[in-house]
Design a protein around this ligand. Structure first.
Ligand code: CUA
Length: 154
């Protein structure tokens, strides 16, 4: 013999009310997404630095000052081996050609994100001879752990 599950009248009303609220909410979300043209990120937003006459690398701007232009992409940095004289102050300009990467130089204050379509910058003075590691510290794909470069202060 089959037994029907007993649901009290009020419980049934609240169940139906919950379903209606959920449907109204989903409909509002769908209507808003269409009206606002909401889409997942496509990665189509990129910045071609060569378009502005800028090549990745080091540019001297004064007696002890430099601008360093970097492009990050899966899974490398360009330039991958920067050589700078000891005592110089370097402003790092960083962008990405594809996805979001990290730009982190341990034992300095340089800690940025490399974002496609944007240029981030930070300045650091290198006071002692050393080889610094430049690391990507934003997970960017299967080769993330191999994404690093060198900065040699000579
Ligand atoms: Cu690039 Cu992680």
């Amino acid at each position: 013999m089959q037994q029907r599950l007993h649901i009290s009248r009020y419980e049934r009303i609240f169940l139906k009310l919950g379903i209606v609220i959920l449907l109204v909410w989903l409909l509002a979300l769908a209507v808003d997404a269409v009206a606002e043209n909401v889409n997942p990120p496509t990665g189509s937003q990129t910045l071609d630095m060569t378009q502005y006459g800028i090549q990745p690398g080091l540019n001297q701007t004064g007696p002890n000052t430099y601008d360093a232009y970097y492009v990050a992409r899966v899974f490398s940095f360009e330039p991958d081996d920067l050589k700078i004289p000891v005592g110089s102050t370097v402003t790092f300009y960083v962008t990405s050609a594809d996805v979001v990467h990290g730009f982190f130089v341990p034992y300095t204050n340089i800690n940025m994100m490399a974002v496609p379509g944007l240029v981030n910058h930070m300045t650091h003075r290198f006071t002692k001879k050393a080889t610094y590691l430049l690391l990507c510290h934003e997970y960017c794909g299967i080769g993330h752990q191999d994404m690093f470069a060198k900065i040699e202060v000579q």
